[in-house]
Design a protein around this ligand. Structure first.
Ligand SMILES: CC(C)(COP(=O)(O)OP(=O)(O)OC[C@H]1O[C@@H](n2cnc3c(N)ncnc32)[C@H](O)[C@@H]1OP(=O)(O)O)[C@@H](O)C(=O)NCCC(=O)NCCS
Length: 161
C-alpha cells in the first residue's frame, strides 16, 4: 500500500461499493473454509435491501485508500461486531486491524465491557490474535445453506468505573 488507509463513517451512497467489497471478500478469501454453494448463498446477502438498512442502523465504518472504500466494519449496539469485510486486493495489509481497533474504541466509549463477534472460519484466527476467545460454535442458515461460525468474545475492561 502506497499510503495508509483512512477511516470515515458510512454514507448511504456507499452501499453499492460495500456490497461489491462484501461479495469479493467472500468470493476470494473464504474458499478454503466454505463450499462454493455456501459462498454463493453468503454473497447473495448483499442483494437484499436489508443489507443497506443494516449498515445504516449499525455504527458502520468505511476504510478508504485514496478516497476509495476498500473495507468496512459495523458495530451493532454497543458490543457486537456484525460485519467485517476487506477487499481481496488489499488483504493482509492491516485494513481489518485498523477497522476493529476503531470499533473496539467506539464500543468502549459506548460503555461496553466486552465485545462479541460471530466469526467466520476465515476470520477466527484474525480475532484470536486480537485476544478474542471462542465461546461456542454455531450453524446458521443463509439463503438456504448452512454455514458454521464461532461466537468469540473479548473483554475490553475488567472493572466498571
Ligand atoms: C478476515 C478479514 C476481514 C481480514 O482482513 P485483513 O485486512 O486481511 O486483516 P489484517 O491484515 O488486519 O490481518 C491482521 C492479522 O490477522 C491475521 N489474519 C488475517 N487474515 C487471516 C487469515 N485469512 N488467516 C489467518 N490469519 C489471518 C494475521 O495474523 C494478520 O497479520 P499478518 O498479515 O501480519 O500475518 C478478511 O480476510 C475478509 O474480509 N475475509 C472474508 C470475509 C470474512 O470472513 N469476514 C469476517 C466475518 S466475521
Amino acid at each position: 500500500m502506497s499510503e495508509a488507509p483512512a477511516l470515515r463513517p458510512y454514507l448511504a451512497a456507499d452501499t453499492p461499493v460495500l456490497a461489491a467489497i462484501f461479495a469479493a471478500a467472500i468470493g476470494e478469501l473464504t474458499g478454503d473454509d466454505y463450499t462454493e454453494e455456501q459462498q454463493e448463498a453468503w454473497m447473495a446477502v448483499a442483494d437484499d435491501e436489508e443489507f443497506g438498512r443494516r449498515l445504516a442502523a449499525d455504527l458502520t465504518l468505511v476504510a478508504t485508500l485514496q478516497n476509495s472504500p476498500v473495507g468496512f466494519a459495523s458495530l451493532r449496539g454497543k458490543d457486537h461486531i456484525r460485519m467485517l469485510y476487506v477487499h481481496p486486493s488489499v488483504a493482509r495489509q492491516g485494513v481489518a486491524s485498523m477497522l476493529v481497533d476503531a470499533l473496539e474504541k467506539l464500543a468502549g466509549g459506548r460503555g461496553a465491557e466486552r465485545l462479541t463477534v460471530d466469526a467466520s472460519d476465515t476470520a477466527v484466527e484474525f480475532f484470536r490474535k486480537r485476544g478474542y476467545v471462542a465461546q461456542q460454535r454455531n450453524s446458521v442458515t443463509i439463503n438456504g445453506e448452512w454455514l458454521a461460525n464461532t461466537t468469540m468474545q473479548k473483554t475490553l475492561r475488567e472493572d466498571k468505573p
